[in-house]
Structures are given as C-alpha cells and as structure tokens.
Design a binder for this molecule. Structure first.
Ligand SMILES: C[S@@+](CC[C@H](N)C(=O)[O-])C[C@H]1O[C@@H](n2cnc3c(N)ncnc32)[C@H](O)[C@@H]1O
Length: 213
C-alpha cells in the first residue's frame, strides 16, 4: 500500500474547500480512535459490514482495512474523484479491498444495512437541511444495533457560532440544534488532541435500538 499523500489532500482542500473541509488528513491517533468502536465488540458473530463516508486519501480506511477479516465487507463512499483514484491505488491490493463508490452519501443506495458507519464528513460546512438529510440517510443505512462513529473539530461549531454573523451563524445554530436533539444517542465521546486541529470522536447508537427510548 502506497503511503498517504497529505499534499494531494491539501491540493483538493484548496480547490474544494466546502466539501473537503480540512487542510490535512486525520492523524493516525484520530484514525485509530475512529475505528476502535468498530472492533471493540467482543462478540463478533459473523462477517462485518462497514461503511466509511468521506475517506479523503484514506487515513481511517487504512486502519479499517488493517483490521478486516476475509468475508468482511468495507464500502467507502467518497464524492471526490481524485480521492477515489488515490484510494483505489492505495488499497486495491489489500486482503479485504474496500469497494470505492464515487457518489454522494445522499445518492448511495447499496440495498443493504451496515453494522457500523464511520464518517469523516465536514458537516459544519453544509447547509442545515443537508445535515439533517445526511443524518437521516446514515440511520437508514445502519442496522438497529449498529454504531455510527464521526469526528468533529473541538470547539469548531462553537467558535463558528460565536465569531460568525448573519447566514453562517444561523446555519450553524440550526446544525447545533439538530445535533442537540440527537444528544441521547451519544454513547461515547473521546477527545484526540494530537490532530490538526484537535478533534472529538462521537459514537452514536441507532435511534431505533432495542430497549432504548
Ligand atoms: C474532512 S475530509 C475527511 C477525510 C478523511 N476521512 C480524513 O479523516 O482525513 C471530508 C471528506 O468528505 C468527502 N465528502 C464531502 N461531501 C461528501 C458527500 N456528500 N458524500 C461523500 N463524501 C463526501 C470529501 O470529498 C472529503 O474527502
């Protein structure tokens, strides 16, 4: 597997700042924190189906691929064609090669549900209606017992909310309200300081999980 290319990431970030939403790929520490909930289950009673959304040049994909077993399935949904090419070059020869789908998560319809969804999407950059649709789509793609893992930049939304005005502030307030309503779904929070910028990993359960309100 060829090493990741941060410069390839930076170039796309400068060209597509809204959808890429970061200037540097996630650190190894953040990538490992993102995949830990996927593999933490002591009961692995069959092949895993995992969906990664917004893989960039693949720091999280690398950690997933390293832990997948034959028979497991990893689907990667990535909007950016340049990143899809990089991911195919990098992971095509893996023991469990990921299926790379160049499509928006909103248009992705695999006809199956996943045990785990891992997202690197820069939600704070998107319109609030789109954020609501993305969360809804993710929960449609997740089994009721599944886990949904994502990261956000520490204080990112709060700083935007404090230091912006007008439409941006209104948009961020609406995103914060959407996420506030999902607070009861959060089962784990972990801060990863060694990332540019520092990040927080959030693990949510499915709203329809058995025995949960
Ligand atoms: C912040 S980068 C994260 C990259 C990588 N996961 C990491 O941690 O370094 C966000 C990624 O989401 C992708 N993306 C943005 N909107 C998307 C969408 N609607 N569907 C799928 N991928 C999307 C971007 O192209 C970009 O690669």
């Amino acid at each position: 597997m060829a090493p990741p290319s941060p410069l390839r990431f930076l170039r796309q970030s400068l060209q597509q700042s809204t959808t890429v939403g970061a200037v540097w790929p996630s650190s190894r520490g953040l990538a490992r924190a993102m995949v830990a909930p996927v593999f933490s289950s002591v009961h692995r009673d069959g092949p895993l189906r995992v969906l990664e959304i917004g893989a960039g040049v693949g720091p999280v994909t690398e950690e997933l691929v390293a832990r997948m077993l034959p028979g497991d399935r990893l689907d990667v949904v990535e909007l950016n064609p340049e990143f899809c090419t990089a991911l195919r070059e990098r992971f095509g020869g893996a023991t469990v090669p990921p299926n790379i789908h160049q499509v928006s998560i909103l248009d992705f319809d695999p006809g199956i549900r996943y045990h785990h969804v891992v997202s690197g999407l820069p939600l704070a950059n998107f319109p609030a209606e789109m954020v609501a649709r993305i969360y809804a789509r993710i929960f449609e793609l997740l089994t009721p017992e599944g886990t949904f893992v994502m990261f956000e930049h520490v204080m990112g939304r709060e700083l935007l909310n404090t230091f912006t005005t007008g439409e941006t502030r209104e948009r961020i307030e609406r995103i914060l309200a959407i996420e506030e309503a999902m607070q009861p779904l959060v089962v784990q929070r972990r801060t990863v300081p060694l990332n540019v910028p520092p990040a927080r990993v959030l693990v949510r359960r499915h709203p329809g999980a058995a025995g949960e309100g």
